[in-house]
Design a protein around this ligand. Structure first.
Ligand code: GLY
Length: 442
């Protein structure tokens, strides 16, 4: 009965907690959370509240509970060096050290790494620390993406056409970003369809999990502001309906080369999840960004399908022996819909913004699975916070059934909440296919 430490408090970590505790080895789960996730708490033998920057509290909790290994869910503790702190007390982790987590925490680090090692997938890009030369580079690009060079909670990237229109607007935004602490990566914008390729990596071996497509926009029809992700789907063949087999191979090959480059560059193997945000374009697969963790919501699509013992997978990641284990996933479709406060993603002065403090009731979600995210369990019930509240996942032999299960489940959550009804619908998926067909023809 191994003792496992889980750090994190979101729906992704609830799915991780479920994958860990499903292990036939009957592990005991110890969870360190910055807020009390009732789903994770119910699966844990002990929980500890605290900040992800309090490395002393985390290592103390670890020592007290004879932990064998740690699984780190979100990027913040990685960025704070939690894995380095655990290494110092001889506790191995599924999750990279602070310098390897730069794969996610520094956009310029990853772009420069990919360029230096001649790995395909980069856009045209330049890194700026002052405004000198910015206007000239903006004028060289057709479409523009601006990325502050640090963690921004998924909300810092600004895309032409979505967040701003003209080059003049872009220049103003660049001035604002550079006036703050951050350096800035300016990139060419790609046209295409995005997909998430979450890989497990032991430093040398890289294993793909089923592909997922997330939906960032707040409202149906891909309208409204960008969010952390409103929901996602995956298919029984583990691919995406708008991709060719070569697209997956190319994304995986880029990830393998990046893992090798990381080892060469830092002298240490990357052990954890390399989640590549890729985009299929008319010129093939391109890299948007890497995350050093599972996606949220994408973890909820793939972890429930994992047939292999996740604790064993974690041990192989740590030992550098992922080539010695067969990692299998069920061939089922999944649809995840996030239930969010009505005001989620909207300006603070919006009339719906107050919804974020309201109480909700959760009834019977039927055949769906429920993963708690940012909810606060008080004595008199469950309260919303300002962020995504509950992930509802339908799993079935085909996408239509999976979507129906998720849709039924979502209706069991009562209160001032919202969700995207179009995720996993035939119409939205056909739109993606048509878009990609048009792009490939041009
Ligand atoms: N699905 C977006 C993210 O996890 O960052």
């Amino acid at each position: 009965m191994p003792n496992i430490l889980l750090i994190g408090n979101g729906a992704r970590e609830h799915a991780l907690a479920e994958a860990i505790t499903r292990s036939p080895q009957k592990p005991q789960l110890f969870s360190f959370m910055k807020s009390n996730n009732p789903g994770i708490a119910s699966l844990s033998v002990k929980t500890m509240p605290g900040s992800y920057s309090d490395l002393e509290a985390i290592t103390e909790f670890t020592k007290q509970n004879k932990i064998e290994l740690a699984v780190i869910g979100p990027e913040d503790p990685l960025n704070n060096g939690v894995v380095d702190a655990l290494v110092k007390i001889n506790i191995p982790s599924v999750g990279p050290t602070k310098s390897l987590a730069m794969l996610e925490t520094s956009k310029s680090f990853t772009r420069n790494l990919v360029s230096k090692y001649n790995i395909p997938g980069n856009p045209r890009f330049k890194v700026f620390t002052t405004i000198n030369g910015v206007e000239r580079f903006l004028n060289e690009l057709e479409g523009i993406v601006l990325k502050p060079d640090g963690l921004t909670g998924g909300k810092g990237v600004q895309v032409q056409g979505d967040h701003f229109e003209t080059k003049k607007d872009a220049l103003k935004l660049c001035e604002q970003i550079l006036a703050g602490d951050s350096s800035l990566v300016i990139e060419e914008k790609f046209d295409g369809e995005e997909f998430s390729l979450q890989c497990m990596c032991d430093g040398k071996n890289v294993v793909a999990t089923p592909l997922v497509q997330d939906h960032k926009r707040r409202f149906d029809g891909d309208k409204g502001p960008n969010t952390g992700g409103m929901g996602s789907y995956s298919l029984p063949d583990h691919s995406m309906p708008f991709l060719k087999p070569k697209d997956l191979q190319d994304g995986l090959e880029i990830t393998r080369q990046v893992a090798a480059a990381l080892w060469k560059e830092t002298g240490s193997p990357y052990k954890g999840v390399m989640y590549g945000g890729f985009i299929a374009t008319k010129d093939g697969v391109k890299l948007l960004e890497y995350n050093a963790r599972f996606g949220d919501p994408e973890a909820m699509n793939i972890l429930p399908l994992l047939k292999t013992d996740f604790v064993e997978v974690c041990r192989h990641i740590i030992a550098g022996t992922l080539d010695k284990i067969k990692i299998e996933f069920e061939h089922k479709a999944t649809v995840c819909k996030y239930v969010v406060p009505k005001g989620y993603g909207l300006p603070a002065d919006h009339p719906d913004a107050a919804s974020s403090k309201a109480r909700i009731e959760v009834g019977d979600v039927g055949k769906a699975r429920l993963y708690y995210s940012s909810v606060d369990k008080k004595e008199d019930g469950l309260y919303l916070s300002s962020s995504r509240a509950i992930g509802i996942v339908g799993i079935a032999d085909n996408l239509t059934e999976a979507r129906k299960i998720a849709e039924e489940g979502v209706k069991a959550v009562k209160g001032p909440v919202a969700y995207r009804a179009d995720i996993g619908t035939d119409a939205l998926i056909q739109k993606r296919i048509d878009h990609m067909t048009k792009i490939r023809k041009n």
